[in-house]
Design a protein around this ligand. Sequence first.
Ligand code: AN7
Length: 372
Amino acid sequence: MVLTQNSLSTSTHHQQTSEQTSAWRGLIETYREYLPVSDKTPVITLLEGNTPLIPAPSIANRIGRDVKVLVKYDGLNPTGSFKDRGMTMAMSKTKEQGAEVVICASTGNTSAAAAAYATRAGIKPVVLIPDGYIALGKLAQAMLYGAEIVAIKGNFDQALQIVREMSEHYPITLVNSVNPYRLEGQKTGAFEIVEQLGNVPDWLCIPVGNAGNITAYWMGFCQYRSVGKCDRLPRMMGFQASGAAPLVSGHPVEHPETIATAIRIGNPASWQQAIAVKQASQGEFKAVTDAEIINAYRILAAEEGIFCEPASAASVAGLLQVKDQVPAGSTVVCVLTGNGLKDPDTAITNSDSQMQKGIEPTMQAVAGAIGL
Ligand code: AN7
């Protein structure tokens, strides 16, 4: 086996020298037979995937009628978002094909994942971001992983247009989700849910920006059904922020706006695929307001102990909005796409907690401060 740092330290602590055959080996090794890789593909991995499916009883209680709600907490990936699932595939294939530079447009998470995986592959990452609309944690990541960062005076949709053109004019590989390997990697989120539940959920609630992930999840469920790992398909419920909801209104949004900057996208690249998923799954696209997003974000943290980023909370906000439509006794999975630590500003601004500052460093002063 390959000795990772984890297995080394575990061996030391438990005085083991034997092989740990159950160790997680990342998405590509785990799902190799379902992915377009060969023996020649160099596997670029940070051991992404294998994220928990956590029951959310407080959300379920708001719905009642014996509905089970679980969240797929993909914020526990190595760079803190689901993008790692796509990036392990995209970067492994880029390396296999011999490219030396990758580029992406990003609302933040793609840039962090691209930077991490490219660095690991010995490939140069270039990222275009909308100036002023990237959550602090994501920017910090891209910087420290060593990406070349270009902030444009424009939004994500404009940045995507530019990187698409650049990948046509220069020897640079595009690693946005229009790169088909991204979706191949991201479909493994659906595989994991089927394995964790023992079947498909009745509903899958998912935030939608560029619509790559909803497309990828559907691919995953369909593929698993075709090999007999599940016997039906879920209803796909896609939720967009109301200020950036082109799939709800049916036309592109020129100036998308939302507190959930990750999904501040007005012209999704996977538009046609998303419509096809909706039709095939008898699903729906719905808009959730920023207030609904923040409400769900706070409930998840304060009642479930789960810290996700605002865009991720759109899946739960959406579920709560349509809760009366959920069939009694059904199982719903909400995908929490990114970690709350990505966006500390939004957390602090929207928290209830009163921080008392300037308290004297004595027990009496602290006791007094908390009303004892
Ligand atoms: C936390 O990083 O588009 O519908 O450039 O970061 O597949 O676009 C991020 C998207 C949901 C939407 N949740 O997924 C980017 C970017 C989080 C995200 C989405 C994003 P898609």
